[in-house]
Design a protein around this ligand. Structure first.
Ligand SMILES: [Zn+2]
Length: 418
C-alpha cells in the first residue's frame, strides 16, 4: 500500500511532527495544531470534549470494534509523572508502551519496575536523548541503546528489542541505521499520531486532547505522548484520550516485538549526511551476534502451590541440565514477597508460612518454616545483571514444593511441583 508522508516542521522548536497516513485515508486534520487556550478555557475545553468525542464517533462507528487497535506510547520517562500515568492506565484497565531513557531509568528504578509489573511494554529510547551525539554516528547510537538495554535489564530482568529514536527516525536515521538495528535484532517504532504534547513547553491538556481527537483515525493507531519531566499536561489529557478511543471501540494494546513497526520513510536530505559508516569488522563483531539475544524459544511454565507462572525464553537458562531462574521474577509471580537488603546482600522471601533468607555472597540459604527449626542449604547462586539467579528445583523444594514432573516439547517446557 502506498504511504503518503506529511511532514510538519514546527517553528517553535526543532521537533518535527511527522504523520504517516495510508493512501486509503485522507489526511485532513492529521497534524492539527490549535491555538493555546488560556487557563480559564482549559477546564471548559476538557469538560466539553466528551461532546466532541460523540460527534466524531459517528463516522467511525461503522467498522467492527475488533479491527481497531490503539497503542498508547509514552516517551522520555520515567519521571515523577509516570506514576500518575500508571494510575490512570490502571484505573482505565488499558495497557501501554513506555520508551524509557537509560539515564532516567537509573534515577527511578522503582518506577521502571512498576511499569513492568503492571504488564505494560518497555522500550528503549536511548540513554541521554541528545540528538547531536546520537545522530553523529551509528556507533554512538548503538552504544546508548546497549547501555540503556542493560540498565533496563538490571531492573526488570528483561531485555527489550523495542526501540524508539529520540525525535523519531525522520531526518535522523539513514538507511544504515534502520538496517543495522534490524540486523542486531531490534524493532524500531515511530508513530502515526503525534499528540503534540512536546511541540513546545507546557502545551495545555485541552490542546493535546484536541490534537488526538481531531486527527484522522485509522485501524491501527500508534499515539505519541510523553511522560518525561514537565509533562503534567499530558497526565491531565490522558483520561480524555483513553475515553475517546474507548468510545470508538478501539482495543488497547501494548507494543510487542511481533507487531509490525510504524516507521517513517528515510528523509531525502539529512544534516549529518557525511557521518561515518561502521566498518564491516565492527558490524560482524557487535551487530550480528547481538540478534541472538532476542531469539525466541520455548517458554518455561512453573506450577507450584496451585499457581502457574510463565517465563519467556530469555527469562530462564539451562545450566548443567538444571533450570536456572531469576529469583525475584519467579517468586513474585508465584505470589511471594521478595525484599532485597543491599547492605547485607541478602534477599528475604516470604511465601505462605515460610521465610527464606538468601545470603548471596556466602551462597547460603536459610529456611524458617512455621514451628520448625531453621534449615541451612548451600546453593548455586549466580549474580547476573544485578539479579540473583538460582536453580528452580532448589527454590521450589526449600519452599516445600516438591517437583512432581518435568516435561518439554518444542512449544513449551513445564515444571510441575506440589
Ligand atoms: Zn523523546
Amino acid at each position: 500500500m502506498a504511504i503518503i508522508l506529511i511532514v510538519t516542521v514546527i517553528t517553535q522548536s526543532d521537533i518535527r511532527s511527522v504523520v504517516t497516513v495510508t493512501a486509503a485515508q485522507s489526511f485532513e486534520g492529521a497534524a492539527a495544531v490549535t491555538k493555546a487556550p488560556n487557563a480559564a478555557s482549559l477546564s471548559s475545553a476538557l469538560l466539553s470534549s466528551s461532546t466532541k468525542i460523540s460527534s466524531s464517533a459517528t463516522d467511525q462507528a461503522a467498522s467492527p470494534a475488533a479491527d481497531k487497535l490503539v497503542y498508547l506510547t509514552f516517551d522520555d520517562g520515567p519521571s515523577k509523572w509516570t506514576d500518575h500515568v500508571l494510575d490512570i492506565l490502571n484505573k482505565a484497565d488499558v495497557p501501554a508502551t513506555f520508551f524509557l531513557l537509560g539515564e532516567q531509568a537509573k534515577r527511578f528504578p522503582e518506577i521502571v519496575n512498576r511499569i513492568d509489573e503492571a504488564g505494560h511494554s518497555i522500550g528503549n529510547h536511548t540513554y541521554n536523548h541528545k540528538y547531536d551525539e546520537l545522530y553523529s554516528s551509528f556507533g554512538v547510537f548503538w552504544s546508548q541503546i546497549k547501555e540503556t538495554e542493560e540498565v533496563l535489564r538490571n531492573i526488570t530482568g528483561i531485555r527489550t528489542p523495542l526501540v524508539r529514536a529520540p525525535g523519531g527516525t525522520y531526518g535522523h536515521f539513514d538507511a544504515s541505521y534502520f538496517k543495522l538495528l534490524e540486523q542486531g535484532g531490534y524493532k524500531v517504532f515511530d508513530w502515526n499520531l503525534d499528540s503534540g504534547d512536546s511541540k513546545r513547553k507546557g502545551v495545555p491538556a485541552s490542546e493535546i486532547v484536541k490534537n488526538v481527537i481531531s486527527a484522522k483515525q485509522g485501524n491501527s493507531m500508534n499515539v505519541l505522548m510523553h511522560d518525561g519531566a514537565g509533562h503534567e499536561e499530558t497526565v491531565k489529557a490522558l483520561p480524555k484520550i483513553i475515553e475517546f478511543y474507548k468510545s470508538l471501540g478501539y482495543e488497547f494494546r501494548a507494543i510487542t516485538p511481533e507487531d509490525t513497526p510504524v516507521q517513517f520513510a528515510v528523509a531525502p536530505k539529512m544534516k549529518n549526511s557525511n557521518r561515518p559508516l561502521p566498518s564491516n569488522t565492527w558490524i560482524q563483531a557487535y551487530v550480528v551476534p547481538n540478534a541472538a539475544l532476542f531469539e525466541s524459544g520455548a517458554p518455561l511454565y512453573v506450577e507450584a502451590g496451585g499457581v502457574e507462572t510463565r517465563l519467556a525464553a530469555g527469562e530462564y537458562e539451562l545450566k548443567m541440565g538444571q533450570y536456572q531462574v531469576p529469583l525475584r521474577t519467579v517468586m513474585e509471580r508465584l505470589g511471594a514477597e521478595v525484599r532485597w537488603n543491599d547492605k547485607e546482600q541478602t534477599a528475604v522471601i516470604t511465601w505462605r508460612d515460610a521465610k527464606i533468607t538468601i545470603y548471596s555472597a556466602s551462597k547460603i540459604l536459610i529456611v524458617e518454616a512455621l514451628g520448625e527449626d531453621p534449615v541451612e542449604y548451600a546453593v548455586d547462586i549466580d549474580r547476573k545483571s544485578g539479579l540473583i539467579w538460582l536453580p528452580l528445583r532448589t527454590l521450589l523444594e526449600v519452599a516445600g514444593h516438591d517437583i512432581v514432573s518435568v516435561t518439554y516439547s518444542s512449544e513449551e517446557r513445564r515444571v510441575r511441583a506440589s
